[in-house]
Write a protein that binds this ligand. Structure first.
Ligand code: LP5
Ligand code: MN
Length: 258
């Protein structure tokens, strides 16, 4: 298990799902980044920062305006505080090129944070959705280095077409999937805690922000689910982050009708 020692105040956010269609969310996220620079000692973005990431070269060679703005904001953050970029099921193709370009580090897919609030198991969370066999099959294919190597050699427009197809298929299949299999599996969570000397787990992905208490191997554990972000669809906004310091963990969520 990868370990990362982070002293002081650590902020964690995920599932911002930035794209060309999310100007409101981008504005709210950029304001959050300014706040993180002022109030946190480190910032971790643990997956699905982007709605569909088709390769780091997109950010380097004439990025669209929406992306250029966020890349610049991320660069400003990393000039002030350490910044980590984690990968989710939409942006698992983020690599060292983008991280280096914005002055950040790539966060391992599963890591044990050693913080002032204790040890914390951190990941995006999609790997815990083990009841969703169709997704786990898809995940094995797209996480295969050879498949990624081939995909990244395609033109940007070809990659965009495949990503659009994947998004359409995913949305279509999710319309018929029972809600429970699109959440984490209890057995996967218990297995992760069993194998680790941590009483706290943090993940995103499910878009079901909550703090869950459970007992594993006779120990009380807590599982924090990070909020997803959406400031582009009507009055009800979604967003937020987890603040970690010596006083504990504090889940901050956007007020519903900001
Ligand atoms: O993403 P979301 O919220 O809709 O649902 C997820 C799971 N789906 C996915 C698929 C992504 O949305 C696809 C977009 C990725 C863009 C990045 C680059 C793409 C190509 C990279 C090639 C190396 O993650 C969904 C879960 C849900 O979370 C809840 O956990 O249920 O899983 C599925 O829907 C699985 C589907 O059964 C199959 C997914 C699409 C199949 C696409 C085939 C064409 C692409 C082939 C690429 C080699
Ligand atoms: Mn996700």
């Amino acid at each position: 298990m990868n370990k990362l020692r982070l002293a002081g105040t650590v902020w964690i956010a995920s599932d911002i799902h930035l794209g060309s269609h999310t100007p409101g969310t981008a504005r709210a996220f950029h304001e959050f980044l300014d706040k993180a620079c002022a109030q946190a000692d480190a910032l971790i973005l643990c997956g699905d920062i982007f709605d569909a990431w088709i390769g780091d070269d997109l950010a380097l060679s004439a990025p669209p305006a929406w992306l250029a703005e966020t890349v610049e904001k991320l660069r400003q953050v990393s000039e002030k505080i350490p910044l980590w970029l984690g990968r989710g099921n939409r942006d698992f193709l983020i690599g060292r090129v983008l991280a280096g370009h914005v002055g950040a580090q790539v966060l391992p897919d599963r890591v044990c944070l050693e913080t002032d609030a204790g040890k914390i198991l951190l990941s995006h969370g999609d790997e815990y959705c083990t009841a969703d066999r169709a997704y786990q099959r898809f995940r094995r294919v797209v996480r295969c280095p050879a498949v990624q190597w081939l995909f990244l050699r395609l033109s940007l427009s070809a990659r965009r077409g495949i990503a659009d197809l994947a998004r359409e298929r995913s949305m279509a299949s999710n319309r018929h999937k029972p809600m429970d299999i699109m959440d984490v599996s209890q057995s996967a969570i218990e297995k992760a805690f069993s194998g680790a000397d941590a009483d706290i787990m943090v993940h995103g992905h499910t878009h079901r922000p909550q703090v869950h208490r459970l007992t594993v191997d006779g120990r009380t554990r807590k599982r924090y689910v990070l909020p997803d972000w959406d400031y582009d669809h009507g009055d009800a906004v979604r967003g937020g982050w987890l603040a970690i310091d010596a006083d504990g963990l504090h889940l901050n969520q956007a007020s519903k009708s900001s």
